[in-house]
Design a protein around this ligand. Structure first.
Ligand code: PEP
Length: 249
């Protein structure tokens, strides 16, 4: 179950032609890969991306989805719509969704349930804010985010959960958690999962780090025993940088 993953979250960047062009560059890259590579373009470009990447080892993920299966939710996208265009992985709980779109733990628990009911894989993001890191409450914040959104799941359902620890103060700021800070938190996350479920599950779950990962720091962060890869924002928009990060494994 546990594997190395490098996922690029493109956020609200890249129109159709830019998407095609970045994907074409990514496909040209022939370096060895010791990690699954995932890209998350914006909704309108998911189907073109899926088509473009057919026959490659690169997976397409959505950046969000709605908690309901269908209905009068103007502007929203459901799990079954994503699946109908070939997308079976979804990022949920990104700090930008939490901050700008007021997604809270309760809503995220519903989204997680819907995704899993639809046999989708969830990349679940969580992490503390700067003030919480400064006042030393980062572990309790992270523990409660996990507890509130994920700990109602049974052990079996966790096979489709990938965790992405993303300290909010490190996202898009250029400030990265040190490899030691990332390792300490990842080890703590495994302990919390182990206490709630089992050591076997805690060892099996993939935990990504996100927050200003770039070619210059990826190797050291990924070398930590409890870090299984990264969720990459800014650096995933440049093919060369992204693949340097992928090849940091
Ligand atoms: C992110 O948005 O998930 C992220 C980690 O962004 P960046 O790499 O730009 O900090």
């Amino acid at each position: 179950m546990r594997k190395n993953i490098v996922a690029g979250n493109w956020k609200m960047n890249n129109d159709l032609s830019q998407t095609e062009s970045l994907l074409n560059d990514l496909k040209k890259e022939t370096n060895r890969r010791n990690a699954e590579v995932i890209v998350a373009p914006t909704f309108v470009n998911l189907y073109p991306a899926f088509q473009n990447l057919k026959g490659t080892a690169i997976t397409v993920a959505a950046q969000n989805m709605h908690q309901n299966d269908n209905g009068a939710y103007t502007g929203e996208i459901s799990a079954s719509m994503l699946k109908s265009v070939g997308v079976t992985t979804v990022i949920l709980g990104h700090s930008e969704r939490r901050a700008y779109f007021k997604e809270d733990d309760e809503l995220l628990a519903q989204k997680v349930n819907t995704a899993l009911e639809n046999d989708m894989r969830v990349i679940f993001c969580f992490g503390e804010e700067l003030a919480e890191r400064k006042n030393g409450t980062q572990e309790s914040v992270v523990e409660s985010q996990l507890k509130n959104a994920l700990f109602h799941l049974n052990e079996h359902q966790w096979k489709n959960i990938v965790l992405a620890y993303e300290p909010v103060w490190a996202i898009g700021t250029g400030e990265t958690a040190s490899p030691e800070q990332a390792q300490d938190m990842h080890a703590f996350i495994r302990k919390v999962v182990s206490d709630q479920y089992s050591k076997t599950l805690a060892e099996a779950v993939t935990i990504l780090y996100g927050g200003s990962v770039k070619p210059a720091n990826a190797k050291e962060i990924f070398s930590k025993p409890d870090v299984d890869g990264g969720l990459i924002g800014g650096a995933s928009l440049k093919a060369q940088d992204f693949f340097e990060i992928v090849n940091a494994f």
